[in-house]
Design a protein around this ligand. Structure first.
Ligand code: SAH
Ligand code: SF4
Ligand code: F3S
Length: 467
């Protein structure tokens, strides 16, 4: 879609926002958006919330209190699906008490036909169902629902549209996620994301930088560039631009003090990227580099396009070129056909790379993916492998975290410590959390903090300077 069409579409949606606003004016209506899943979903939810605010709704303090309740769903693993159905069950009682309440469901689960069928069948009181490709049309869908009074279902199979310039309500004042690309073309054999998020599309770099500049003008000091595989950013664009170039430019936006990114696929992390990070202190000393498995045989079955040794080689290069960097990862235990020997390869990578943190998942069968048709493992065996991986990774990460003890590091203040209102919680560039007495600091400040006491995966410290 061309820029002009894009502008036309956002103007159309703004028009719908005005039309809904006429209906809501002066009624004190409230909304709630509940988000499951990853940062991309968080970002989409901010857009939905932004539209709702433009349409005259205010944020509710609970799901029950909302007049418009939106569930933005995730389907990457089965337990994410189960959580939605549980919540929708509870919604029935809300609606019995408040007939006018509008319940909308959107996000990745809605791109699966069986889900939409199930909601139509068993949760017929859901008012609006839409998917990941037409999220920018939310205002139109809500207007149509209010206007017609009937259930609205609108799911697109694909899209090549990227609609910019719609409102967004940031969850945090000082940090923001920035989409740099949508979709995924990697088709890892276990993963549903390419089916529910569509083909990979990179955003225009000028639009991205403009969004970061606007965020900085609003007081944002940390941005996180988001994509399923940020290293392949730039493919298909008219401008020749690599992720490393974009990252460098993002880090030079005035007012931005820290730039993070998520996620890097090990198969195409370039030396250019390592150099750009090494040379630029504003870019976080943290790379999330999902390993998934340490076994060459399983990596091949997973369609990951790297080997155990090439992954270790890459991690070594990163650690050598970027001193103090933290490397975190994702690991799946129990992929079809995985044996004890495969798990041992994974444990070996954990010991050799010395991950600073890891998300460990039990393999979850997603229908429609190639791995779903492979012979699945026994659940008890999967659980055993999972426990072994988890134990090793926790020990290594705890040891890694303690390496900063006694150092003074730059910390971004994120908010009040939940357990102690006299203290703040902040994060160092490596993504470790630190708690410290507030003194005169504010949320969003960048401080010098000493990391006095290592508490396993976080620190207690004290402020010794500002800036
Ligand atoms: N694009 C990112 C990952 C996004 S999904 C990447 O490739 O690195 C986040 C994580 O969920 C993945 O890294 C993987 O570890 C996990 N995951 C994805 N599909 C899964 C499945 N079917 N079962 C278990 N874990 C899965
Ligand atoms: Fe899924 Fe692989 Fe794409 Fe990540 S790169 S979203 S794991 S298919
Ligand atoms: Fe889940 Fe969709 Fe993200 S499936 S992990 S919310 S892309």
């Amino acid at each position: 879609m061309t820029g002009t069409n894009n502008e036309k579409e956002s103007a159309r949606q703004r028009d719908y926002m005005d039309r809904v606003r006429v209906l809501t004016e002066g009624r004190g209506l409230k909304y709630m958006v509940v988000t499951f899943g990853c940062q991309m979903n968080e970002k989409d939810s901010e857009k939905i919330a932004g539209s709702l605010q433009k349409m005259g709704y205010e944020k509710a303090s609970s799901e029950e209190e909302a007049d418009v309740l939106v569930y933005n769903t995730c389907t990457v693993r089965e337990n994410a699906d189960k959580r939605l159905y549980g919540r929708l069950g509870v919604c029935k009682s809300y609606k019995e008490k408040k007939k006018e309440m509008i319940i909308a469901v959107c996000g990745c689960m809605m791109q699966e036909e069986h889900v939409v069928e199930r909601i139509r069948g068993s949760y017929a009181y859901v008012d609006i169902i839409f998917g990941t490709h037409n999220i920018f049309r939310f205002a139109e869908l809500l207007f149509n629902r209010l206007d017609s009074g009937s259930q609205i279902i609108d799911i697109w199979k694909e899209t090549d549209e990227i609609v910019e310039d719609l409102p967004s309500a940031r969850k945090y004042s000082f940090k923001s996620g920035i989409n740099i690309m949508y979709g995924c073309d990697n088709f890892c054999s276990y993963c549903i994301v390419p089916y529910v998020r569509g083909r990979e599309r990179s955003r225009d770099p000028v639009e991205i930088i403009r969004e970061i500049e606007r965020a900085a003008a609003d007081g944002v000091v940390e941005v996180m560039l988001l994509g399923q595989n940020v290293n392949s950013y730039g493919k298909g664009l008219d401008t020749r631009v690599s992720f490393a170039m974009l990252l460098k430019e993002a880090a030079s936006v005035p007012g931005i003090r820290r730039v993070r990114f998520m996620t890097s696929h090990p198969k195409d992390l370039s030396d250019e990227l390592i150099d750009v990070i090494a040379e630029n202190e504003i870019i976080a000393r943290h790379i999330h580099l999902p390993l998934q498995s340490g076994s060459d045989r399983i990596l091949k079955e997973m369609n990951r396009h790297y080997s155990k040794e090439s992954y270790i080689g890459l991690a070594d290069r990163i650690r050598k070129e970027i001193p103090d960097v933290s490397i975190t990862t994702d690991i799946i235990a129990g992929f079809p056909g995985e044996t004890e020997r495969d798990v041992e390869d994974t444990l070996d990578v954990i010991e050799r790379v010395r991950f600073d943190g890891a998300f460990t998942f039990e393999y979850s069968r997603r229908s429609g993916t190639p791995a779903a048709d492979m012979e699945q493992l026994d659940k008890v065996f999967v659980q055993k492998s999972f426990d072994r991986v988890l134990k090793t990774v926790q020990r290594v990460s705890r040891e890694q975290a303690s390496r900063f003890k006694g150092r003074t590091m730059e910390v971004l203040v994120e908010g009040e410590d939940e357990k102690d209102p006299a203290r703040y919680t902040g994060r160092i560039s490596q993504n470790l959390v630190v708690h410290f007495p507030k003194e005169t600091a504010k949320v969003g400040d960048m401080l010098q903090v000493t990391l006095d006491e290592c508490m396993g995966f976080y620190y207690n410290g004290k402020i010794i300077g500002h800036g």
